[in-house]
Design a protein around this ligand. Structure first.
Ligand code: NAD
Length: 493
């Protein structure tokens, strides 16, 4: 049996155990065996990390010229590129995500640090056309303070980059809490942060459970900004926690993203886009296109093609380059998927492929690409976020009907439209209540493209030029240009 790897947390530029020396194990989803041990941060550890970040915020970091801070971000980008393969390997072991995806992603994430490095010295203030002739009023953007970044287990490098890069560029300091379901990737990333030479205390990375660690962090009185990505139930706790410190909060939550295929769609393109949208990363993606509406004329033919494509997906070990879908991340997820499928079938859903644990499941949490036909989209698999490779399919007749059905869900993160008609694409894109619409494509990200949802999918945008301002506050400065003394407020004029 291979030896369990031991990790420490990164606080104030040092690698430390938790003060109690408590640890917890992380499992490899491929074989359900523990492979590493990480510190279990207590409330005291959280306090130590936040105080280190606060000290760094009171030091030179926010006073550096923005372009000097940008150089550190570029150094992080360089480290990521040089270590993408090693980092990808660790993320695959810890999360079960495909190596070919984690390695490529680690490389691409470097672009986010470069992008925000470039933006660091381009955030300008304003001169206010004030209604008092002798006054000059200017506004400037200032950093907020200590940022708590709460990260889920999936797409950790991306979800960290969209918080950390703009926060650092604007002069904030950060405490990152990794997910207890896959905590090692961010500790490995901490080594790259250390190599980038960033001053100590500016970035701290802790590992622990939602409670007490996440709770203590998001309610700590020195935290001024909370950037959360995770599930909607956890988000409710975050909002309650933030009542303790009155922090500014952004929430990137789940989704049940609808995708529509019209009769006139280019079918091969739509088949590939839909497959990528729901079966990429085994459906464990917040933007997974998990509700599919197919127009009636092409319904049978298109669905048959989709099923035949889904049945050919190669399920297997995530390090193998030929594997197309790896395991799910946890047993809890597998159980939740099975529960929802069972309920859907009991209520009239028709299983067309997949639907049962793979034989590989004796070891890992493998679940095949699954397609269920649903008479209505209120069946459990069509309504709830399952975070797995489960596609619920419904038929529709008209454009209006498609729009109404697509909007009839509590989430509003992503969506997809497949049609050859430009006007229809425009009309549907405008009518869909979601933060992101993909037309004749799906599952793309970029540092330049704002990302985030509406409704129960959260608020606040990550990535894109505007997102950097989410890590600043406006300061208003009044300048009196008059040589005359101010009038005595208590003298009647
Ligand atoms: P989760 O909500 O269970 O956990 C997310 C993080 O919150 C973890 O670090 C956890 O330790 C922490 N946490 C738990 N309880 C807490 C508390 N009381 N106080 C503070 N922190 C606490 O999510 P998960 O299972 O890791 O990830 C899956 C979810 O994340 C899905 O719903 C998915 O859609 C969502 N997600 C959203 C996006 C997006 O950008 N919109 C991206 C990826 C994942």
């Amino acid at each position: 049996m291979s030896k369990i790897k031991e990790y420490k947390m990164f606080i104030d530029g040092e690698w430390v155990n938790s003060e109690s020396n408590k640890t917890f194990e992380t499992l490899n989803p491929e074989n359900n065996k523990p492979w590493a041990k990480v510190p279990e941060a207590s409330i005291k550890d959280v306090d130590r990390a936040v105080k280190a970040a606060q000290k760094a915020f009171e030091g030179t970091w926010p006073k550096l010229l923005p372009r000097e801070r940008g150089k550190y971000l570029k150094a992080i980008a360089t480290q990521l590129r040089e270590n993408a393969e090693a980092l990808g390997k660790i993320e695959t072991i810890d999360t079960g995500k495909l190596f070919r995806e984690t390695k490529t992603q680690a490389n691409y994430i470097a672009e986010y640090y470069d992008y925000f490095a470039g933006l660091a010295d381009k955030v300008e203030g304003t001169v206010v056309p004030i209604d008092k002739p002798e006054m000059q009023v200017i506004t400037t953007r200032i950093p907020i303070g200590v940022v708590a970044a709460i990260i889920p287990w999936n797409s950790q490098m991306l979800l960290t980059a969209v918080k950390l890069a703009p926060a650092l560029a604007m002069g904030n300091t950060v405490v990152i809490k990794a997910s207890e379901l896959a905590p090692v990737t961010l500790l490995e990333f901490g080594k790259l942060i250390e190599k980038s030479g960033i001053p100590k205390g500016v970035v701290n990375i802790i590992t622990g459970l939602g409670e007490p660690c996440g709770k203590a962090l998001t309610s700590h009185n020195l935290v001024e900004r909370i950037a959360f990505t995770g599930g909607p139930e956890t988000a409710k706790h975050i909002i309650k926690n933030s009542a303790e410190n009155l922090s500014q909060v952004s929430l990137e939550l789940g989704g049940k993203s609808p995708v529509v295929v019209f009769n006139d769609a280019e079918q091969e393109n739509a088949l590939n886009g839909i497959t990528a949208g729901i079966f990429g990363a085994s459906g464990q993606s917040c933007i997974a296109g998990s509700r599919l509406y197919i127009q009636s004329k092409i319904y049978e033919e298109f669905l048959d093609k989709l099923i035949s494509k889904a049945e050919k997906i190669i399920l297997g070990a995530p390090m193998e380059l030929k594997t197309q879908m790896g395991p799910l991340n946890s047993f809890k997820q597998l159980e939740n998927i099975e529960k929802n499928i069972k309920a859907t079938l009991e209520q009239g859903g028709k299983l067309r492929c997949g639907g049962k644990r793979s034989k590989l499941s004796n070891e890992g949490y493998y679940f095949p690409a699954t397609i269920i036909e649903c008479k209505n989209h209120n069946l459990p698999s069509a309504e709830n976020e399952l975070f797995g490779p489960i596609l619920s399919v419904m038929k529709f007749e008209t454009e209006e009907e498609a729009i109404t059905k697509m909007n009839d869900n509590k989430y509003g993160l992503s969506s997809g439209v497949y049609t050859a008609n430009f006007g229809k694409a425009m009309r549907v894109s405008k009518a869909i209540r979601a933060g992101i619409v993909f037309v004749n494509t799906y599952r793309l990200i970029s540092p330049m493209a704002p990302f985030g949802g509406i409704k129960d999918s959260g608020f606040g945008k990550e990535a894109g030029i505007e997102s950097i301002k989410e890590y600043t506050r406006i300061k208003t400065i009044w300048l009196n240009s008059s040589d005359k003394p101010m009038t005595d407020p208590f003298t009647m004029g």
